[in-house]
Design a protein around this ligand. Structure first.
Ligand SMILES: [Zn+2]
Length: 140
């Protein structure tokens, strides 16, 4: 598969590592203000998009934040190898965690109480966090 950038290629490897299903360069999104947003990855199981910084978008983060709040979709932004944040949060408040009911990994901000994949819920839902501050050395 051909990736637009090395960062995109490294994300594909990372997503495979966490057994997250992904679609590369999905259809663009038409935002309520008329702008089009071109995400790099769509994670259908999590209803999340990953956007690796490339500077070629006219879309403002504020527009995306509104769209995220309105639709319940999640936007994950990555500005470099292994680091990421959920739009509206900082790297240290953004995580990949693993549901201890279904065992699947997903992106989140803060500690989730409901798994987006299996809908299990509870205060001790997750047993693993990986911070968006960076995963250097993990092979990602
Ligand atoms: Zn689960």
């Amino acid at each position: 598969m051909h990736f637009r950038t090395e960062l995109d290629s490294s994300w594909a490897e990372g997503l495979d590592y966490f057994h997250m299903k992904w679609i590369y360069r999905p259809q663009n999104l038409l935002l309520p203000d008329g702008n089009r947003f071109y995400p790099d990855f769509y994670l259908p199981e999590q209803k999340a998009f990953i956007f690796t910084m490339s500077g070629d978008t006219a879309v403002s983060y504020r527009d995306l934040l509104g769209y995220q709040a309105q639709t319940g979709l999640m936007f994950v932004v990555s500005e470099g190898y292994g680091s990421f944040y959920v739009l509206g949060h900082r790297e240290w408040d953004s995580f990949i965690c693993r549901c201890h009911v279904c065992g699947k990994f997903f992106f989140t901000s803060g500690r989730p109480v409901t798994c987006p994949l299996c809908s299990a819920s509870g205060p001790d839902l997750t047993d693993f966090f990986l911070s968006g501050e960076g995963v250097s050395g993990s092979g990602m």
